[in-house]
Design a protein around this ligand. Structure first.
Ligand SMILES: [Zn+2]
Length: 396
């Protein structure tokens, strides 16, 4: 029997670093000559983790067309920030200190953004990779670049606050939502995954936002509309796509997939591993953590989500389908906000559980309550009917 002399450590679960929960208000701000909606954020408390089931629950439920709903989400869970060009790190640093303004904010803001892109080995690599062209969405002057400019512009915020443009947040959220739909779809439904994702996009309140950020989806939906108009809105699996359409749709999805997988990976590992001189796997694992200390990883909601999504995909639990939204999930989300205590976050993340009782259930507490409220309403309507009938009988 192979008995190693040194006990080999199991691979470490990625560490979730804390991030800041802000309180937010909405404000219009002129950036690059165009009026844009911005969120002005003030640090409120520290989050140590997201509740189990968040990725397949609340995250997918947020209406990205409604700034009020986005603010409610951000105050409970934190800011969705992009790991591209190290935005996540800059946002956390700004919560500590952000007292610099510039008299040429547009130029300085762009300089900060491009310097960060080039300073990050991984981001620079992504920016020149054709498979990752979707990351250009963040470059937009109303998104991640615009956020840098807004923070340097005087008159938008107070010194203790920071600005993030709404369109910037919405773009990051669209990446997070679509990545979750796609990879959970592939894990739960295999061959029917693309069919499932198209169906979900079609019925989503965020359909236009997805189509705008991921033009491949728009083409795929148009193609299906032209050939089989009922397909996209039908339940996934009800209709079979023609072979030609299927191949074409798969090609579209494959180009999205690489970019979204890179996004998740970048959120977890913003720095390339610095141990190329050690080749041996066991030794690498053992020295890895010390070497990584040179680059402190900043926490963010995006990173916590990425880690949870991977843990969900890898866990041995079986997939369930929510009775309300029809989306796959493994663990039902019970707590509807981020944890502000380290102990609570750890207890939830490392809890021994079984998900057998989640069968035929709901992806989150909110969806269960929605059904219960409907039932209660039906019952009270029935009772009213009965009472009315009684009155009628008495009257006669
Ligand atoms: Zn649901």
């Amino acid at each position: 029997m192979n008995c190693p002399a040194i006990k080999v450590p199991a691979s470490m679960p990625a560490e979730i670093m804390p991030w800041t929960l802000p309180s937010c208000r909405e404000k219009n701000a002129e950036i690059f000559g165009i009026e844009r909606i911005a969120l002005i954020c003030k640090p409120h408390s520290i989050a140590y983790g997201i509740p189990s089931g968040f990725s397949t629950g609340t995250l997918l439920d947020v209406d990205l067309n409604d700034p009020k709903k986005i603010i409610q989400f951000v105050e409970r869970y934190g800011l969705p920030t992009t790991p591209y060009a190290n935005q996540s790190e800059r946002v956390e640093k700004r919560f500590i200190s952000n007292d610099v303004f510039s008299d040429k904010p547009e130029q300085d803001g762009l300089d900060i953004w491009y310097d960060a892109l080039n300073a990050s080995e991984r981001s620079a690599e992504i920016s020149s990779n054709r498979d990752c062209a979707l990351f250009n969405s963040f470059k937009d002057k109303g998104r991640s670049q615009g956020t840098e400019v807004a923070n340097l512009t005087e008159g938008i915020r107070y010194k203790k606050e920071q600005v993030i443009l709404l369109d910037d947040l919405v773009t990051t959220m669209a990446f997070m939502q679509l990545a979750t739909l796609l990879f959970t779809g592939k894990a739960a439904y295999g061959d029917r995954a693309y069919d499932y994702v198209l169906h979900q996009v079609c019925i989503s309140q965020n359909k236009d936002i997805f189509e705008n950020r991921f033009s491949q989806l728009r083409w795929a939906l148009q193609m299906i509309d032209a050939s089989e108009p009922q397909l996209a809105v039908a339940k996934p699996g009800t209709f079979e796509m023609e072979e030609g359409t299927k191949i074409w749709v798969s090609d579209q999805f494959e180009s999205i997939e690489i970019a979204l997988a890179t996004f998740i990976d970048l959120a977890i590992n913003p720095y390339p591993e610095r141990h190329a001189f050690i080749q041996e796997q066991t030794l690498r694992r053992m020295v890895n953590r010390n070497l990584n200390d040179q680059n402190l990883i900043y926490g963010s909601l995006t990173r916590a989500w990425a880690i949870q999504l991977l843990e969900t995909l890898e866990s041995h639990f079986s997939w369930n389908t929510c009775r309300v939204c029809g989306r796959p999930y493994k663990i039902r989300q019970q707590t509807m906000k981020a944890y502000v205590k380290q102990e609570d976050a750890n207890e939830d993340r490392f809890k021994d559980r079984n998900n057998a009782r989640d069968k035929n259930g709901y992806c989150c507490k909110a969806h269960e309550q929605r059904v219960r409220r409907k039932k209660d309403k039906r019952i009270s309507n029935d009772q009213l009917d009965k009472a009315a009938r009684k009155m009628d009988e008495h009257g006669r």
